[in-house]
Every structure is written in C-alpha cells, then in structure tokens.
Design a protein around this ligand. Structure first.
Ligand code: KG4
Ligand code: ZN
Length: 338
C-alpha cells in the first residue's frame, strides 16, 4: 500500500491551522487562534482575514517541521473551501492553490462541516470509529445540524437551526453575563461549579428535528435584567448557578432532538463534532446515554472539536483515495452545503 502525506489548511473563521497527515494518522496539527477578536466581543471578518495572512506561512512551516516532513514528500494539499467567512476562506484557498501549483501535486477541496463529522475517522490510540449509517450532531459557532451519515460522502441534513447556532447561544449568553468572547468555554467552566436546576429556562417549541436558540437568548436577557434590578450583585453572586442552568437547558434541547432523530431513524450510533462538542456537560451527557439509552456514542478528542486542520486532512486522505481532486480554477464558497 502507498503512503500518502497530506498537508491540510483550515482558515474558515478565526483560527489559522495547518496539519500533516500520514494516511489516516495526524503527524502535526498546528492552530494559531486569533486573540484580536476578544476586545470586539465577536469575530471581525476583516481583521480575521488580515490575521490569516500573517499566520499562514509560519503555521504551515511549523506543521511541516513538527511532522518532520519535507514539502517534496507531500502527496497532495487539502484546504477548506467553505462554508465560512469569505475573506478568511480566500487566504487558505489561494495559499493552497499556489503551493499545489508550485509543488506540482494535486489539490483537494474540503467542506468544513463534513470535516467536523469525518474527524472521527482520524486514527488514534484507543479510539473507535462510528460505523455507517450513523447520526452526527454538529454543533459550532456557525452551525447546528443533525446529519444522517450514510457513507463518507453521502450525508443528509435531517434538521438544523432556524436562527442562532448553539455556539452563538453560548457566546451571546456569556456576553449578557459580562463574560469575554468566546464565552462558551467560560460558561462550561462556571457550570461545573453550579446547580443546573437553579434557574429553569424555557425550551423552544420547534417542529421536527430543527432547532431555535434566539428565544432562549432573549429569555436569559430578560431574566438577568429583572434580577439585576432587584439585586445589582445578582450576576456575581449567582454566576455558577446561572451558567449551569443555561448549559443544562441547551443540553436538554440538543438531547431532545437527538432522541427524536433516533426514534425516527432507528439509528443509535451517534457522533458529535464542532467546537461546542468540547463542552464537558455535553460530553458527559452523551457518554451517560450509552448506558441510559443504549446508544453507541462517539466524542472526538478535544483538539479535533474546535476548528483544526487535521479534520481537513482526513477528508483530504479519503478523497485522495477516491481520486477526487480539484482544479486550479476552484473558488472559495462562503455558503457550502454538506
Ligand atoms: O467549531 P468552532 O471552533 O468554530 C466554528 O466553526 O464556529 O466552534 C466555536 C464555538 C464557539 O461558539 C465557542 O464558544 C464554542 O464553540 N465552544 C464551546 C466550548 N468550547 C468551544 N461552547 C461550550 N462549551 C465549551 N467548552
Ligand atoms: Zn467549525
């Protein structure tokens, strides 16, 4: 069997990442996160694209050095074509195209949302991989989807958010509480010390397998405003309980829909992916579902949850084996269906 070395590049949002894979194993996975957005309380697209331009060369260089690979050994270059921020995607796309052209090796385009799902097929010590068909819950700052995964490149969206993504629900709730961006990991941290049933928040009523999170955000805002009026120190005195309650509500919303998807499809093989799958409460709840609901659940390693290039690399490897290459005239695509 041939040994395939893939250099993968991810630049869809605010993380510049490069990875080298040898077949389905990660040799290096370098991520440069952009601090610049913290002070703005969210990602500023223009600043993101400028930071990608500064980061991309050193990040790729580091990935090759860590993998101990010379670029002449590379079999192909994989890059995120979309979905994402246009200015950010353009940096990775043009870099990948020029490098592939210079090295005279094939170019492989990757759908970021497929990559969050296929990250489960990166070979790791003691990791098991989902078998087809399975259900994937992809939860990130930009997306919330339940996907029926029939094969590597045969996926069907069964439900998705009608408004905010789960990550946004976390980040916007955190903002209401005065926590810095991105607030998801901070809510998680405080939630671990609080009572999840302290403050009940209403769950939205949404048909079928779709989600809605904008109503939850509004009810949290009104609740906090009301309490702070009565007691100006309400947030600092109750931060852990408020965070635990918000997280508990979000997890319940996700679990209700997953249960419905299992009921509708009869599939009990569940994989999660995307930045929010780093959440400790979600990870714990899913692992418990193995016993409680007799599901088989797959939770990625932390470094494969939030945006990273190794997940782009595994898709690159799978497409390489299928001879599925892109042409030099390919463009980035901000909206890109799974
Ligand atoms: O997949 P990702 O890195 O980027 C996108 O493609 O959006 O996801 C980022 C999102 C952010 O909203 C961030 O707050 C959230 O993932 N996130 C978390 C946690 N870690 C990251 N949300 C809740 N708990 C966490 N531990
Ligand atoms: Zn992502």
């Amino acid at each position: 069997d041939q040994t395939i070395y893939i250099l993968a590049i991810e630049s869809s949002c605010d993380d510049t990442s490069a990875a080298v894979l040898c077949n389905n194993r990660t040799l290096s996975n370098v991520v440069a996160s952009q601090k610049i957005h913290e002070e703005y309380g969210g990602v500023v697209p223009e600043l993101a694209s400028r930071a990608h331009q500064q980061n991309i060369v050193p990040v790729v260089h580091q990935a090759l050095t860590k993998a101990n690979i010379d670029k002449k050994q590379l079999s192909a270059i994989a890059f995120t074509r979309g979905p994402g921020l246009m200015g950010s995607l353009l940096v990775g796309t043009s870099f990948a195209k020029s490098l592939a052209l210079g090295l005279k090796i094939p170019l492989i385009e990757v759908n970021h949302m497929q990559a969050h799902i296929l990250a489960h097929f990166i070979e790791e010590e003691n990791s098991s991989q989902p078998s087809f068909p399975f259900l994937a819950l992809t939860i990130s700052g930009g997306h919330t989807q339940i996907v029926l995964v029939k094969d590597f490149f045969d996926m069907e969206i069964l439900g998705e958010t009608l408004d905010d993504a789960v990550g946004e629900a976390f980040d916007k709730s955190a903002k209401i509480l005065g926590l810095p961006y991105p607030g998801g990991p901070l809510i998680d941290k405080h939630a671990q010390l609080g009572n999840p049933k302290a403050f009940p928040f209403p769950k939205p009523k949404v048909d079928e397998l779709n989600f809605s999170f904008s109503g939850l955000k509004t009810s949290i805002l009104y609740f906090i405003q009301k309490e702070v009026k009565k007691n100006p120190n309400f947030i600092e005195q109750n931060l852990n309980d408020v965070c635990a309650s918000i997280q508990y509500t979000i997890i319940n919303i996700l679990m209700d829909k997953l249960k419905l998807a299992v009921k509708q499809t009869g599939i009990k093989e569940i994989a999660i992916g995307g930045g929010v799958s780093a959440n400790s409460g979600i990870r714990k709840t899913l692992l418990e579902a193995e016993k409680k609901l007799s599901w088989k659940t797959y939770v990625p390693k932390f470094e494969y949850c939030t945006d990273n290039a190794a997940m782009i690399g595994i898709v690159g490897y799978l497409k390489y084996k299928n001879n599925d290459f892109a042409n030099q005239d390919i463009n980035a695509q901000a909206r890109y269906k799974i």
